[in-house]
Structure formats: structure tokens, C-alpha cells
Design a protein. Structure first.
Length: 823
């Protein structure tokens, strides 16, 4: 069974995660064609082609690099005449041809369907020439009219299976579209599907031991309105898995041109700690094993309430699904669904026709006895539920909506296969998580699209070791791993990234090395193998006024690490309220600095019992309010106030006094000017840095990391909600992605003026605005509200603390700059 724990972010998740903001993202390639909504992907590893269906166009890209200009385009737009003709176009704005179906038909052709402005059409594409090889076919019963409707389809051996709501008035339906006879689900007396919203389907060949391969089944995954009474009255929907037999031909008299093998069951994905039942299925990924027994699937589940962000990943075994389908049925009794306990006819309804049946003279579903068909008609629902492996989610995450999932198994140095989940969010991020001993570790959070938008499509290439991600605005190819992002042995090993190993100098992709003996990796424990005891140490100086509060930032890269502080080599003891210190997840706060608190502070990240030095601060406490605080910024130094001298006391030198007075006034003016400039500059900076996140980040390369780590980082996203520090700033704006577009015009804003230094004043001025923004992003605060048995209360963040200080400071703004307050 799986071990299972609750942590800050949810259940069973923990991360040593690296937060990577948009591309420049090492080794990633982008593609943007003439269209939008890159929602349909077809990857063909053998030919090295990635086929993409967008809005009004299809593309054939090179899987090794989707950015290369060798891509082919096939336009398929709604013609102006069609637009005029379709009355819906005048009512609705969405009058495009969204490609929804794109699959291999035979060796030479693809089959494709598009919504075509609410009049779906399908066509064959010659892959050699990449053009339409024939006229268009009616697509009304194969493709949904609406691009937003849930849809899934499969093309197998020249037979097409699909599930969606096909027409405006019709109810959702699972169909065999061709060949004849077409099949569909039953609507009366028992409606088999109720407002179903489909997310996926898969063919599982169960015919391995069957002579004619007739036991193949197709599984469909969806959410629908529940018919049965469920335990949670607040919920109206349930997640389901349904299946039909591929060799179903419908019934002879009963269930004519309907499925005779349709069965469905409820899927459960609940977090017992919170009594949370996630009932909306958002996506599934099927990981096929050697046979059905070893095949599993992963589902992303969310809540019915759209305003609450939460996601759970549950993993299911098809053997469990099969067991449920072999169990008791439900039946409507007195207009309520109850478990049916009566006699079940033979052959068992829902089972496929196999050699066994044929030996009994039943050659196809049309030979099934009426009793079986009548029973099947009224018993589409199974009584037992499908529970996830281990009964609990692999992972539960609050404040994040995952919408797409892909799964990959990677062979690590220790000879074990590790499951790596790639999870796309509704705001353009990709999370990479690895399962170690049944516990998920989020290794990396990557910002894929600058503009927050849902990931619409995702596919993995094991050959290219790439993952292709489509959204409204474009398509991105990201390497499965980017080990060079880990810059120290500890980063590399603590990350527990099965793709990465430390070779003594750098972190490398294990797969890239034939010689692996000298590589270090420790996935199971994440501690072994590193010699040096420090990562990349960041050294800062701080000058503080006596009695002021200072924050020494020490954001730990890893979510699993806890901070440890020393002052002049001695452990800082008792961080209580009276100690003058508070330690939090983002750093150490010195409250009302005293002289003896000056010195050399070291912040260590303690993870897996290993302390790694990450920050070193030299703190000076100043007592003289007239001294400018450590002039780290090249401000024009204000003239020092006149020293009270003996010439002051004599009346003989009135001239000198005059001159002094003028000088003092002049000096004050200068100081004031400087201060004003400074204040206005700070304000501008703050405003600018807000825009940074989407515009100017390309100026903040990894080399600027130290400097930028204070401000910009936290502006970006709730994904990096304050716990993971030190982000790499790599954002391509969307223009950069597009190879077709001309280079973007110069940004409207000049690059941010070279900053004097972040460490001016006492550190707070640099910190507070970003903290505020963090709170505006709200996940920061929310995350920490309910913290069931999270971290020790010692390690809470400073949000509230700083908020309080900020509140205080609002009334005495100038306190932050001792020079001013003295004027
Ligand atoms: C894709 O690009 C690679 C490298 O540029 C090239 O060798 C290969 O032939 C291309 N494949 C296709 C299908 O065009
Ligand atoms: C992919 O191709 C583009 C355009 O030719 C090129 O700029 C980019 O460097 C290539 N990417 C990789 C990872 O080779
Ligand atoms: C594939 O299907 C297309 C469309 O029906 C047809 O024109 C073509 O001849 C077929 N190719 C093969 C190799 O069967
Ligand atoms: C099933 O097929 C066998 C062999 O083709 C045939 O003899 C038999 O009559 C068929 N049974 C039915 C019910 O059609
Ligand atoms: C297509 O993309 C646009 C933005 O580019 C978006 O507003 C729209 O909702 C998308 N349509 C669908 C059906 O996803």
C-alpha cells in the first residue's frame, strides 16, 4: 500500500521544486502558425511528424524541432459564403472551423473532422502531399458542432468510435460512426447517459489469448449528471468509466442499432482528510502495460464548484475496472437506483462475443437471446465503484487546476522505473512530478505560456524525449527534463529527478551518457553522493538603523527544506517574540535591531538531514541617524551636515555663519531632491516590475538572477507561491515563439534602469511591495490559512508580520529612510 501524508500544499505532494518562468526555457521550441486554438495533436514517432489541428488550419511539424521552417500548413477555413449561409454565425461569434478529430486512417491517409461553424465536416488528408485527397463528408454524427463541447474519438481498423454532444438539441452519446450499422446509446426507458461530458477514450486489446481478437474493448471516460442517489447531496455529477465491445453489432430486434455491451461505473477520487470528493473528471492518461492486467490510467479530478481551484490525481488499474464490470448491476426500483440482486441471464450482459460464445452458436451480438438484450437495456450501471489504486489520490493540490496529464516511465540509475507525471494547468503552466515510494514530488513548475491560458493539448514523445503542449496561442516543445538547471550537486541530487545525475561538475541527462558509473543520483532518499557542503552561496550586505526591523531573505529553493540560521557561527536560539528574531519560510526577521545583533548571518537549507549554506549576510547596525545607511547605491552623496566647530561659537565670523546656513539649506535641498528622486524612482520601479512578468523578463537572464531574486520573482504567479525562491527568469514573449512573425517592436518601456542595488535601506523597502503582490495573488495567503498538520508554527511566513509592519509604516512612511525623517 502507499504511504500517504498531508503537507502544506495538500495530500501526498511535496516538492523540491524549481520554478521556471517562461521560455528561453533551455532547449524549448515554439510554433505559432496563422491560427489559434492548437487543440488537437497527433504524434507519429515513426515518421517524425507531429500533426496539429488548430482553428482553420492543420500543420505537419517536425518532431525533432517544431520551430523549423520545414512545417507544412493546410488551411481549412469556413468560407465567407458558408458564413453567410449558416444562421448560427450571425448569432454566435465563434464562427470558425475548429479541428476536433485528427487520426491515422490508413497507411497513406489521415481522417480529420472540424466544427466548420456548427456544420461539422470531415475529410481525408494525403499525408505525402499534405492536402485533402477528396471532397468533404458530412460530419454531423462524428464531430461536435461546438468547439467547447467535450469530445473523444478513435479510429481503429477503419472503424470510427466517438463520444460527444453532436448537435444543438441532441443529448450526448457514444457512437460507432462507421462502418454500417452505426451504433449509439439507448435513451428509453433507461437513459444510458445524462449530460455526459467526455474527456477520453482508449482501445484495450484483450484479445491476446483469443483466436480472432474479438475481445477488444473500448473505454470511455467522462463526467455526467448522476442518476443514482449519492452520498454527497451537494454534488450533482459523477465521474464515470464506460465500456463497449469493439465487435458489437447491435441487437436483432431489441437494441437494434444500439450497443448491446454498454456498461458504466462510477469512479471515485476522494481525499478522506478533508472529506473532499472530487467528482469532475478533467482528463485521463492511459498507460498501457503488456496486457490489460498491467494497464493503468491516471485521471485529473476537480470540484464541481468552478470558483474553487483544486486538483487530485488518481491512478486506477484496469483490472479493478474489470472487476467492477463483472460485479453486480444497478436497477431502477420504485424510481430509485438500487443494487440488483436477482438472476443475471447468460451470456452475461456486457461481455464480448468470444470463441466460447461462438462454440455455443452465438456468432455475433445479433444472436444474443432477447432476455440478455432486455436486461442490458435496463442495466447499464454497475453497483460497485471503481476505487483508485491505494484508495487515495496520488496527489492532491489546492489552488491549482490541472487540466491535462501525460505520464512517462523513466529508468533511473538505481535500475527502477519511476513514474513521471506531466501536468498542465488552466493558466499555462506545466508541473513535473515524480512518484517515489507512492509519494509524489513536484520537481519542477514551468511557465509555458506568458499569457495565462489553459493547456489545451499535450503529448509526449519518448523518442524525442520531448513534450508538446498546445494552447489558444501556440504550441511549445519542451524537453522532458533540463538537468542543467540544477547548478549544484545538492540541487541535482535533492531534486530526485530520475532524468538527472551529477557528474562531478554539472548536472546531466542520464540518458545522454553511455558511461554512467561516475554519475550521482539518489531518488529514493535524495541525500547521498554530494561532497561539498554548500550550494551557490549568495552574499549580501545589510546596513540597518538601530531599532529598525530588517528582513534577511532566505528563500529556500526546495519546499522540503527548512531554514537554519547562525550568527557569527553560533546557532540562533529561541526565535520567540522576545528574542528579537522571527524565522519564517522567506527569511529571518530582526525586530528592533540592537547593536549586538550585527555580524555575520548564515542561512542553511536543511533537507534530508543535510545542511547546505545558501545565504550569507553581513549586517551592520548603525546608531547615528545622520549617517546615510550603507551607501551601496551610487546616489550622489549628500554634503555632510556641517560639523559643529569652534568657529560656530564666535560672533566674529558672521560671514561664516551665513555661508554655513546657505550650505546647510543647500545641502538640505540636495538631500530632499535626492530623496524625492529616490522615492519617485522606487515607485516607478515597483510599477515597472509589475509589468516585468510579461514584458521585460527576457532582460533578466540567469546571470542576473542574484539581482533579480528580490523583486520580480514573486510577481509572476501563484505557482511560485513564496516558498520556492530563486527562480530562473526565462520568459519568451509570445512573439519570440513565433518563427513566422517579424521581430517584436522595441518594448514600449525602456529596459529597467540599472538598479543601484537591491540592498538599500534596510531591506524592507525592497521586500514589502513584492509581499503585497504576493497577497494580491491571494494563493499565498489562502494556502496558509488552513494548515491541518503542516509545518511547525515556527516556520510560518512573514506575510502577516510584514503586513503589520507595513501598516505601521504607512503612517510614518519616511521612517524607512532615516535621512528623511531627520529633516
Ligand atoms: C526533422 O528534422 C531533422 C533535423 O533537422 C531531420 O533530420 C529530419 O529529416 C526531419 N524530419 C522530417 C520528417 O522532416
Ligand atoms: C529549432 O529550430 C529553430 C529554427 O530553425 C532554431 O532557432 C532552434 O535553435 C532550434 N532548436 C533546437 C533545440 O535545436
Ligand atoms: C487510404 O484511404 C484513402 C481514402 O479512403 C484511399 O483513397 C487510399 O487509397 C487508401 N490507401 C490505402 C493504402 O489503402
Ligand atoms: C454461427 O456460425 C457457424 C459457422 O459459421 C454456423 O454454422 C452457425 O449456424 C452460426 N450460428 C448462428 C446463430 O448464426
Ligand atoms: C480560441 O482561442 C481564443 C484566444 O486565442 C479563446 O478566446 C477561445 O476561447 C478559444 N476557443 C476555444 C474553443 O478554445
Amino acid at each position: 500500500m502507499m504511504s500517504y501524508h498531508v503537507d502544506l500544499d495538500g495530500v501526498g505532494t511535496s516538492c523540491h521544486n524549481l520554478c521556471v518562468l517562461l521560455t528561453g526555457m533551455l532547449g524549448s521550441n515554439g510554433f505559432t502558425g496563422s491560427s489559434q486554438n492548437y487543440s488537437t495533436l497527433l504524434l507519429e514517432e515513426e515518421t517524425g511528424r507531429l500533426y496539429v489541428g488548430g482553428r482553420g488550419a492543420l500543420y505537419a511539424l517536425n518532431t525533432s524541432n517544431i520551430s523549423t521552417s520545414a512545417s507544412l500548413t493546410l488551411d481549412w477555413n469556413v468560407t465567407p459564403e458558408q458564413k453567410k449561409q449558416y444562421f448560427l454565425c450571425s448569432l454566435q461569434t465563434e464562427c470558425y472551423n475548429h479541428i476536433r478529430f485528427l487520426q491515422r486512417y490508413n497507411e497513406t491517409h489521415l481522417y480529420v473532422c472540424g466544427t466548420n461553424a456548427f456544420r461539422p465536416l470531415c475529410a481525408y488528408i494525403d499525408t505525402e502531399r499534405f492536402n485533402f485527397s477528396s471532397g468533404f463528408e458530412e460530419g454531423r454524427d462524428r464531430c461536435p458542432y461546438d468547439p467547447a463541447k467535450g469530445y473523444t474519438g478513435l479510429l481503429i481498423d477503419g472503424e470510427m468510435f466517438s463520444a460527444s454532444q453532436y448537435e444543438f438539441r441532441s443529448s450526448p452519446d457514444i457512437r460507432r460512426n462507421f462502418p454500417f450499422p452505426t451504433l449509439r446509446t439507448e435513451e428509453a426507458p433507461t437513459r444510458w447517459l445524462l449530460e455526459a461530458d467526455f474527456v477520453g477514450s482508449v482501445l484495450l486489446k484483450e484479445s491476446i489469448n483469443s483466436s480472432i481478437g474479438d475481445d477488444d474493448k473500448i473505454y470511455f471516460f467522462f463526467t455526467e449528471r448522476s442518476q443514482e442517489q449519492i452520498a454527497y447531496p451537494s454534488q450533482s455529477k459523477v465521474s464515470r468509466v464506460a465500456r463497449v465491445c469493439k465487435n458489437d453489432w447491435g441487437g436483432q430486434r431489441t437494441l437494434q442499432r444500439k450497443w448491446t455491451t454498454f456498461l458504466k461505473a462510477r469512479m471515485v477520487c476522494s481525499v478522506p482528510e478533508y472529506e473532499l470528493h472530487l467528482n469532475i473528471l478533467r482528463d485521463v492518461f492511459v498507460l498501457q502495460g503488456r496486457d490489460v492486467q498491467s494497464s493503468v490510467f491516471y485521471g485529473i479530478f476537480g470540484l464541481e464548484w468552478k470558483n474553487i481551484k483544486a486538483s487530485a490525481i488518481c491512478q486506477y488499474a484496469f483490472s479493478d475496472v474489470r472487476r467492477v464490470f463483472e460485479g453486480p448491476y444497478m436497477e431502477v426500483q420504485d424510481s430509485k437506483w438500487r443494487e440488483y440482486t436477482g438472476k443475471v441471464p447468460e451470456p452475461r450482459p456486457g461481455s464480448c462475443i468470444t470463441d466460447l460464445h461462438r462454440s455455443q452458436g452465438i456468432n455475433s451480438s445479433r444472436d444474443l437471446p432477447d432476455s440478455v438484450l432486455t436486461f442490458a437495456r435496463r442495466h447499464p450501471l454497475m453497483a460497485k465503484q471503481v476505487h483508485p489504486i491505494g484508495l487515495v489520490p496520488l496527489m492532491f493540490k489546492r489552488s491549482v487546476n490541472y487540466v491535462k496529464i501525460a505520464v512517462h516511465k523513466e529508468l533511473a540509475l538505481d535500475g527502477n522505473l519511476y513514474t513521471v507525471l506531466f501536468l498542465g494547468t488552466d493558466d499555462g503552466w506545466l508541473h513535473r512530478a515524480v512518484s517515489v515510494d507512492g509519494e509524489m514530488h513536484i520537481i519542477e513548475e514551468l511557465q509555458i505560456f506568458a499569457k495565462p491560458q489553459p493547456i489545451e493539448s499535450m503529448v509526449i514523445s519518448t523518442v524525442q524525449r520531448s513534450i508538446y503542449i498546445g494552447s489558444h496561442s501556440g504550441l511549445i516543445q519542451v524537453p522532458m527534463s533540463t538537468c542543467q538547471r540544477y547548478t549544484s550537486c545538492y540541487d541535482c541530487v535533492f531534486a530526485r529527478d530520475p532524468f538527472c545525475g551529477w557528474d562531478g561538475r554539472v548536472c546531466v541527462e542520464i540518458s545522454s551518457r553511455a558511461q554512467r558509473a561516475n554519475l550521482t543520483q539518489d531518488i529514493s532518499r535524495g541525500v547521498r553522493g554530494c561532497k561539498e557542503k554548500s550550494g551557490n552561496v549568495i552574499h549580501r550586505r545589510r546596513a540597518v538603523m538601530l531599532g529598525d526591523d530588517v528582513l534577511l531573505q532566505c528563500e529556500l529553493r526546495s519546499n522540503l527544506a527548512t531554514p537554519r540560521w547562525t550568527l557569527n557561527g553560533k546557532e540562533l536560539q529561541g526565535y520567540g517574540l522576545n528574542s528579537g528574531y522571527r524565522v519564517g519560510t522567506d527569511g529571518l526577521l530582526i525586530i528592533g535591531a540592537r547593536t549586538q545583533q550585527g555580524g555575520s548571518y548564515r542561512c542553511f537549507a536543511v533537507e534530508n538531514g543535510v545542511s547546505v549554506l545558501v545565504y550569507l549576510y553581513t549586517v551592520k547596525i548603525h546608531t547615528d541617524p545622520y549617517l546615510p545607511t550603507e551607501p551601496t547605491q551610487p546616489l550622489p552623496s549628500p554634503p555632510a551636515p556641517l560639523p559643529p566647530g569652534p568657529n560656530f561659537q564666535t560672533f566674529r565670523h558672521m560671514e561664516a555663519i551665513y555661508i554655513s546656513l546657505v550650505a546647510v539649506l543647500g545641502g538640505l535641498c540636495l538631500v530632499l531632491t535626492v530623496v524625492l528622486l529616490y522615492v519617485s524612482f522606487c515607485t516607478r520601479r515597483t510599477n515597472q516590475s509589475r509589468k516585468f512578468s510579461h514584458q521585460n523578463l527576457h532582460v533578466l537572464g540567469a546571470s542576473d538572477r542574484k539581482r533579480s531574486s528580490n523583486l520580480e520573482l514573486k510577481t509572476i504567479s501563484s505557482h511560485c507561491n513564496g516558498r520556492q525562491g530563486r527562480f530562473l527568469q526565462i520568459i519568451p514573449d509570445e512573439d519570440q515563439i513565433s518563427p513566422a512573425k517579424t521581430p517584436p517592436p522595441a518594448p514600449p518601456l525602456p529596459n529597467p534602469p540599472p538598479l543601484p542595488n537591491m540592498d538599500y535601506a534596510n531591506g524592507l523597502s525592497a521586500t514589502l511591495p513584492s509581499v503585497l503582490r504576493k497577497m494580491n495573488g491571494n494563493s499565498y495567503v489562502l494556502l496558509r490559512q488552513a494548515d491541518p498538520e503542516g509545518m511547525s508554527p515556527l516556520y510560518h511566513s512573514f506575510t502577516e508580520e510584514l503586513n503589520r509592519i507595513l501598516e505601521k509604516r504607512k503612517h510614518t512612511q519616511l521612517d524607512m529612510h532615516p535621512d528623511e525623517s531627520s529633516i
